[in-house]
Design a protein around this ligand. Sequence first.
Ligand SMILES: [Zn+2]
Length: 113
Amino acid sequence: MTGVRWGEEGMEGRCDGCADYYPLDAEFWPRGRGLRFCRACTNERQRVIAARRRAAQVAYNREWLAANRERVNERRRELMRQRVLTDPTYLERRRAYHAERMRKWRSRQGEAA
Ligand SMILES: [Zn+2]
């Protein structure tokens, strides 16, 4: 805060962010942050910082995935293979799924001919 004044509720501090005056109380001034910004401004700054960090992380992940696409796909295929080999219910489900796809495909082929 920059400056204090005597308000209705007693001493009030002026927030560096919104330039408004608030009572010198933990409700309006978050502790342990040097009393520079009011609670609302602190929350907003934290939100902006978190959003910026999240956006940077998303961009980094997208870039990394694009650069390692083949490695990622190979890992995914390997996990799929392992699951097919170790999980009989999953194998049955995959077989049913592919049988259904084949049935639809064959009926489409029949229509075209
Ligand atoms: Zn403020």
